[in-house]
Design a binder for this molecule. Structure first.
Ligand code: MLC
Ligand code: AMP
Length: 505
């Protein structure tokens, strides 16, 4: 094979006239038109001087053109680096500099800001807007629709996805051609996707879930995608009768449950609902079954590993569990201190090995070595146990991580900002229950003796530096942080103390 990912996921569709993307307004983009856009975009990228292995940073709204840009990067042998549209210029600066991106594609509204920030960088910049226009697309029309795929090895990098880190510094997870391809094929089979499927797609396309899981499975099986710009409850309710499958984070399902339009009849055409990226409450699973007759299939994944486990397609989809390891994935539960195997049924850290597991963190060999063992097992930081029937239960996290509406937030990054503010002695940032987002961010602050920090000012400073989803939804001033005898802040005590802050609203 010349370029395994392109050859298996994209090439078979060249010339195909069936629809790939279907839009809200009833229009469609056929496979052959998508593939020709991929080729033209690949020409734009290479004519900008990019060579195989170069990073293409992309912070754009969800559009067919944005998805085609991913295909173009694959075809041209480049490394795709998608970035959350909510990231601020401060956050983007880090990702661009750390990755050494050679091209940044962003919204035209941001281009002036980025041009001034990156004026002394050897990096090209092009714009792509939500409506598919921009300087990137201006060049597309001039390009040939034939582009010979750049040869790649299955171990070559195809994407870097940044995930936040415990130290406050984000880490770029390096994903290979084989990581993505093996996972897409494995999931397509496990979840029985065919060319008859119509996937309702309301996830963002800058993360594993919306970009790789959802898109690659459909590409692997030649179905079509109902392509929504974002999650919109009304649009979901209108389109569900036209879809056969849907993938979402738990917030999608809890919001759907609050809508009286969700019934057994209106979901009758759906064959599969999938949930992941954050824990789906067993209670939500049961309510959904009672209302619709559908047992949501919950699965477990990570940016670093793609998808690891899944409830069965046939057989019991057990609420509150994430099912069994996918074919080819080895999973073990180990003692967090010793790394030794825990007895069956006991809680320990989840370790994983398989073709889905990433190659390491971009230019962070030490960090890679602490999480990826020499024998190939990846230490996930999630805590779990395997029940008597083999189902994996995720019972907590051995890492200081908040998951809000499916987005990961590492408290350290926020604490570093809060600690820097006038009048602040120290801070602790934690995740507390939230009815819509599952968890949300709470900031707890201790003042320098005799001073009164201005919480509004601190919130405004956090807002200028951090994406909205990372900003504390509330700041609370307290006298001191609870600590254990080793001096470590006991966030579990704070979590218990403030567990109802957002539930009482
Ligand atoms: C938006 N906001 C969020 C937020 N999303 N705040 C906290 N957490 C989030 N997840 C902010 C908005 O900026 C806005 O701020 C306010 O919250 C409400 O806006 P909204 O319009 O209601 O938000 P909405 O667009 O509905 O977004 C919620 C959401 C979205 C859940 C639909 O976040 C989403 O699509 N999440 C999916 C994330 C995802 O794809 N994760 C996969 C990661 S891959 P303000 O100021 O107006 O109040 C992975 C691996 C795996 O984890 O296993 O899959
Ligand atoms: P990310 O780094 O965004 O890829 O998020 C990965 C993390 O999301 C995992 O380490 C888990 O903590 C969490 N996660 C993903 N899927 C599930 C799930 N079904 N249940 C519980 N947690 C999940």
């Amino acid at each position: 094979m010349i370029n395994p990912l392109y050859d298996r996921l994209f090439r078979p569709h060249e010339g195909k006239t069936t629809p790939f993307l279907r839009f809200l307004d009833g229009t469609e983009m056929r496979y052959q038109d998508f593939l020709s856009l991929v080729s033209r975009l690949a020409h734009v990228l290479t004519e900008k001087g990019l060579v195989p292995g170069d990073r293409v940073a992309v912070q754009v709204h969800k559009s067919a053109q944005a998805l085609a840009l991913y295909g173009a990067a694959v075809k041209a042998g480049l490394v795709f680096l998608p970035l959350n549209t909510a990231y601020t210029a401060h956050e983007i600066t880090y990702f661009v500099e750390d990755s050494g991106a050679r091209l940044l594609v962003c919204d035209s509204a941001d281009i002036k800001t980025y041009q001034s920030i990156f004026s002394d960088h050897d990096m090209e910049m092009l714009s792509l807007d939500a409506d598919g226009s921009g300087t990137l697309m201006d060049q597309v029309s001039l390009m040939d629709a034939d582009f010979h795929p750049v040869p790649r090895d299955k171990e070559d990098l195809v994407a870097i996805l940044y995930t936040s880190g415990t130290t406050g510094r984000s880490k770029g997870a390096m994903l290979t051609q084989n990581n993505l391809l093996s996972n897409a094929l494995s999931l397509a089979e496990a979840w029985r996707f065919t060319d008859q499927d119509v996937l309702l797609h309301a996830l963002p396309i800058f993360h594993t879930h919306g970009l790789f899981v959802a898109t690659n499975i459909v590409l692997a099986t030649s179905g079509s995608i109902l392509f929504l710009p974002k999650f919109d409850l009304d649009a979901i309710m209108t389109l569900i009768p036209k879809a056969t499958t849907m993938m979402g984070v738990p917030t999608f399902y809890t919001r759907m449950l609050e809508d009286q339009r969700l019934t057994q009849e209106m979901t009758a055409h759906i064959r599969l609902f999938v949930s992941g990226s954050a824990p789906l409450l067993a209670e939500s699973h049961r309510q959904f079954s009672a209302r619709t007759g559908h047992a949501i299939l919950e699965r477990y994944g990570m940016t670093e590993t793609n998808m690891n486990t899944s409830n069965p397609y046939d057989g019991e989809r057990r609420p509150g569990t994430v099912g069994f390891p996918l074919p080819g994935v080895e999973l073990k539960i180990t003692d967090p201190e010793q790394g030794t195997m825990m007895p069956q049924g006991e809680v320990g850290q989840i370790e994983l090995r398989g073709p889905n597991v990433f190659k390491g963190y971009w230019q962070m060999p030490e960090k890679t070595a602490t999480e990826l063992r020499p024998d190939g097992f990846f230490i996930t930081g999630d805590l779990g146990r395997i029940d008597a029937d083999g189902y994996l239960h995720i019972v907590g996290r051995n890492k200081d991580l908040i998951i809000s509406g499916g987005y990961n937030i590492y408290p350290k990054e926020i604490e570093l900002i809060l600690d820097d503010q006038p009048g602040v002695l120290e801070s602790a940032v934690l995740g507390v229950p939230h009815p819509d987002l599952g968890e949300t961010v709470l900031g707890v602050i201790v003042a320098v003796p005799g001073q009164t920090p201005d919480l509004d000012h601190i919130a405004a400073t956090a807002a200028s530096a951090l994406a909205r989803f990372k900003q504390p939804r509330k700041l609370i001033l307290i006298d001191e942080l609870p600590r254990n005898t080793m001096g470590k802040v006991q966030k579990n005590i704070l979590r218990e103390r403030y567990k109802d802050v957002f539930l009482d609203d």
